[in-house]
Every structure is written in C-alpha cells, then in structure tokens.
Design a protein around this ligand. Structure first.
Ligand SMILES: Cc1cc2nc3c(=O)[nH]c(=O)nc-3n(C[C@H](O)[C@H](O)[C@H](O)COP(=O)(O)OP(=O)(O)OC[C@H]3O[C@@H](n4cnc5c(N)ncnc54)[C@H](O)[C@@H]3O)c2cc1C
Length: 429
C-alpha cells in the first residue's frame, strides 16, 4: 500500500480501515472478475449469473452504493476523504466496475439532495427511489444516467456552461422528448449508445428535452423505470476498454412517467446539471488515480523481476527515472483529486450550494485521466513486448485508461469548460 502523506487521512482510523477493507475486496473479488469480464463477449457480460452481477451484488452488500447518500436518508453519510479512499481502491480493482457502481449510486443520492433543496417537495420521489435503493443489499436495483444522445454528445455536456444565445449554434436534432399527457409524462426517442451500465439497469436518471424544445439545454431530469412497455435496449457495445461494464442504447417509445419521477424542469436544468457533471468528472478523476496506481505497481513488480543487462531492470538508472515520473503522476493526481473532491463535496452535500465555480472539477477530470493514460502506457512499455499480450494486466489497464479520456466529456471539451470557468472566476487581484 502507498505511503499516505495527508495528515488528516493518516490520523483518521475510519479511513485506513475502510481503505484496507475495500482494497481487500478490490484485490480478491473485483480484479479477477474484471479480467474475466474483459475477455468475454459483451452479450455474455449481461447474461444472468455473469461475474458482473456477482461483483455488483457484493458491492451492494457492502453498502458502497450508499456512499453519496446523506445519513438522514439511510446513506453512509461519508466524508469526502472517505469517499476518495473508497473510489481510489475500487478504481485500483477495476475502472469499469467502479463506473457501474458510480452511476448506480447517483440515483438515490440525487433524489435526496434535490429533496432537501426543495424543502421536501420530492418526498414521494424519495419513497420511490432513495428508500428502496437503501434497502437493496443484493443488487436487484441498478441505475444508469443517460445524458448524451446520438446527435448531441459534447453538446449536452457543454450546454449547462454556455449562455443561451450560444446554444443555438448546436442546433437541436432528434432529442429524446418528455411531454405532458394529462397527469403523466410521456418519453419518446433514443439515447446514445454510451450510458454506463444501461444494458443491465432497472432504472435510469435521464436528461430529457422538454418543451419549448428551443435548444439542447431545454432539458428536464426524470427517473424512468426500465421494465416498462416501450423501453428497448440495443446490443451491448463491443468496446476497446472498460469491457467489464456494459454500455448500450436505450430507446423510448411512448413510455409513461409518473409526475413524481420528474424532478427538474427547464430553467433549473443547467443549474442542476452543471454541479452534477462537475462531481461526476471529479469522481472519474479519482477512479483514474486508482487505475494509475495499479499500473505503477504492476510496473514496479515487473521491473524487480525482469533481468536484463545482468540485473533486475529496476537497477538501471533510466528505468528508475521512468518509475519516478510515474510515481509523481500518481501522487499529484491523488493530491489534486482529493482537494477537488473535498471542495465539490462540501459545496454540494454540506452547504447544498449548487452554483459553485467548477473549473477545478473539470481540470481534475482531465488531469487525472491523462495521468492514468500516460502511466498505463509507460507501465506497458516497461513490460517490453510482454506488455502487449493479454497475459499482462497492464495491457488491460491501458485500454481502460484510454476510455477515461472520453468519458463524461472528451478531455478537450472538459478543458474548454474548465477554461471558461478560469476566465470567469480566476482572480488576479
Ligand atoms: C467510458 C464511457 C462512459 C460513458 N458513460 C456515459 C454515461 O453514463 N451517460 C451518458 O450519457 N454518456 C456517457 N458516455 C458518453 C460521453 O459522455 C460522450 O462520449 C462524450 O460526451 C463525447 O460525446 P461524443 O462521443 O458524441 O463525441 P462528439 O461530441 O461527437 O465529439 C467528437 C470530437 O469533437 C470534439 N468536440 C465536440 N464538440 C466540440 C466543441 N464544441 N468544441 C471543440 N471540440 C469539440 C470532442 O472533443 C471530440 O474530440 C460515456 C462515454 C464513455 C467513453
């Protein structure tokens, strides 16, 4: 285990215990399942009895899906530092399986937090979503978060951050629409092929275009049960990496949604989506720290074993320098992501302030995913030709790390969003 530098984390025994417990699970259960799932056909990954459901069920039995939900709603009420420790260890075990848990954990927590923000206006939604989620210790409920659409990927990620007049540039092509019908709502249209865990989800928390349908930001947020007539799913994607978590299309044909499930309407959407995307991006940054550390440790292990030039390659100066550069990446990514998660977590869950400058959240996503990609690439190179084979874990870690550059928002777009924030909020005084 790495040498902890943060004195607050060092002094908090609850964090070291949690870290040990989650690391044990990541090592013994997650990583082997992740490697097995990585080699399976995507259709087998979603079959009953696949290791995906076994690991997911165990994460639920450990209560990890409650980590973002406030304790007065039955959640774990974790501090940001506890959450950071858990996500890093899970990310060490598997980026894909952690992403599957991450999107699931959003559903109960978002209903709870929005309920507090609206002074209890969403009590019925909490009863329908948060409470059953808190009671599920088997993985029978599974969430996903479809935002993006076939014709609007980056557009939807960028839209909460841009002034209304600029949104016209994006156009509005074939959005998934939410329309009122009597006392209910009706959903029609198709989401992108990318929502994490959509092929196995029982519910989604979706972003849906609502009248007046002027632009991509005229969205509402609604929970949708996915066992209803009119919901269909595409085949799970056959992807480069994160093959241990299925992704695939969700299509809606006159799907009915009760009014209690519609919790944010246009006008409020950007204000709600911006901090959600900021926190999700920060979370991806933390998962990437775990992946980067896993790749670094694999490289260290190999460099101590592999003998060339008559000695273990770790004894060659240039190899030591390469390991030192990887170590710097892991340590700086951990320190930055911990500070950013602290900040964003406090804003959202303690102060319940949604309108906070999020330039660091998007920068954290970009920085940590980029470091993970570079560390995994260097770890592969340190393995020589062996690193290019399926027998080497670093080969999988490299493919998984590449996915991180495009998840949530592509890193160029995340940098743009961060840049807008810097130009607005960075004080030169
Ligand atoms: C592992 C993974 C998990 C994901 N999980 C989810 C999920 O749970 N839910 C969900 O809804 N979606 C999810 N996605 C989808 C993801 O959010 C999108 O892939 C991402 O936002 C980019 O959209 P796109 O793929 O349509 O690319 P496009 O938007 O088509 O972008 C293509 C290229 O153009 C660049 N670009 C686009 N717009 C601009 C601009 N305005 N200025 C400059 N450059 C621009 C981009 O940087 C990119 O390089 C996931 C994706 C991945 C890879």
């Amino acid at each position: 285990m790495y040498g902890e530098l943060d004195s607050e984390v060092l002094a908090d025994e609850s964090i070291s215990m949690l870290k040990r417990q989650v690391h044990d699970f990541a090592e013994k259960e997650m990583r082997p399942a992740s490697v097995a799932l990585d080699r399976m056909d995507p259709r087998e990954v979603i079959e009953d009895g696949s290791p995906y459901f076994q690991v997911f069920g165990k994460m639920k039995a450990m209560g990890l899906h409650k980590m973002y939900t406030p304790s007065d709603y039955g959640g774990l009420g974790f501090s940001a530092k506890q959450v950071h420790a858990v996500i890093e260890e899970l990310g060490w075990g598997s980026m894909g399986l952690t992403a599957g848990l991450g999107v699931d954990a959003i559903l109960p927590s978002i209903a709870a937090v929005f309920n507090d923000m609206t002074a209890g206006a969403l009590d019925e939604c909490v009863d329908l979503i948060t409470r059953p989620w808190m009671d599920d210790d088997k993985g029978e409920l599974r969430g996903c978060v479809p935002f993006t659409e076939p014709e609007h990927g980056s557009d939807i990620v960028m839209s909460p951050h841009l002034p209304a007049e600029r949104l016209d540039e994006f156009g509005l092509r074939n959005p998934v629409k939410l329309e009122k019908d009597g006392n209910e709502w009706v959903v029609n249209g198709m989401k992108a092929a990318w929502p994490t865990a959509a092929p196995v989800a029982t519910h989604c928390f979706a972003s849906l275009n609502m009248q007046p349908h002027r632009n991509v930001a005229d969205q509402a947020f609604a929970f949708i049960r996915l066992d209803q007539d009119g919901v269909s799913r595409g085949a799970p994607l056959d992807k480069l990496g994160m093959r241990d978590v299925p992704q695939g299309e969700l299509a809606f044909d006159d799907v009915r949604v009760a009014k209690e499930y519609v919790i944010v309407v246009p006008g409020m959407w950007s204000a709600a989506a911006a901090p959600m995307l900021a926190l999700m991006g920060t979370g991806t940054g933390v998962v990437s720290v775990g992946l980067a550390r896993a790749a670094f440790e694999e490289a260290m292990r190999y460099c101590k074993e592999r003998i060339q030039g008559g000695k273990p390659i770790i004894e060659h100066d240039t190899v030591l320098m390469r390991l030192a550069a990887m170590f710097q990446s892991v340590e700086t990514a951990r320190a930055y992501s911990r500070a950013v998660l602290d900040y964003a977590f406090d804003k959202m869950f303690e102060e319940r302030e949604f309108d906070f400058p999020a330039m660091n959240c998007h920068a954290c996503k970009v920085y940590c995913t980029q470091q993970a990609y570079e560390v995994a690439s260097e770890a592969m190179r340190l393995h020589g030709a062996y690193g290019l084979t399926k027998d080497a874990l670093v080969e999988k870690l490299f493919r998984d790390a590449r996915m991180g550059l495009s998840t949530e928002g592509c890193n160029d777009v995340e940098s743009l969003i961060s840049g807008h924030g810097i130009s607005e909020h960075y004080s030169l005084e």
